[in-house]
Design a protein around this ligand. Sequence first.
Ligand code: DX5
Ligand code: ZN
Length: 214
Amino acid sequence: MLVSPSLLSADFLNLKKDVEMINKSQADYLHIDVMDGVFVPNISFGFPVMDPVGRECTKPLDVHLMIVEPQKWISRVRDSGAEIMNVHQEACLHLHSCVQQIHNAGMKAGVTLCPATPVSTLVDIIEDLDLVLLMSVNPGFGGQPFIEHTVRKTEELKQLRDASGSKALIEIDGGVNLETGARLAQAGADILVAGSFVFGNENPAAVISSLKAL
Ligand code: DX5
Ligand code: ZN
């Protein structure tokens, strides 16, 4: 299993310490949650945090933009060091164009679905994607309980992905722990995001290793 710990649950007074922990851990990515207070009912952080984290972090940045009009920020996100730029299907009027622009900027393109958005909405774009991020909580906050239908959606997405020949990775975000993670692994997830489960533990690097072993 690939693991993408979410910076949202890190200690913002000691970010350097947490980034160093990520660098030394078995994490495959660092997940960066950007919220604008418009697309979601919360504000997290922006480029003044992302830029120094991107410089310090040796793992690829997996950037999850919970913002309206994400296409306006493509080159700026690339300049902050993002390897993957995830945009919400619900936030993009012209999703295909946005994905093309992300690729043209030299990043991998991910499309994110909120819990109420069906997997079938990706039928005409799955072949163009490097990643699909399924939200297993409503976006905006860490520490929420896992929404059960995500296991079925993961299976549906795997079927759609495999039938289309797409190589898109399947990433799941929200309420991930060893119990939900094991079921998601069984259902076909490739990457697990985990925030509170990792950073709420006394030994976050060991938690990352245990998620990797799923
Ligand atoms: C929620 C964010 C998540 C969040 C997950 O909107 O997209 O990445 O950090 O937090 P946990 O793992 O605590 O549910
Ligand atoms: Zn996220």
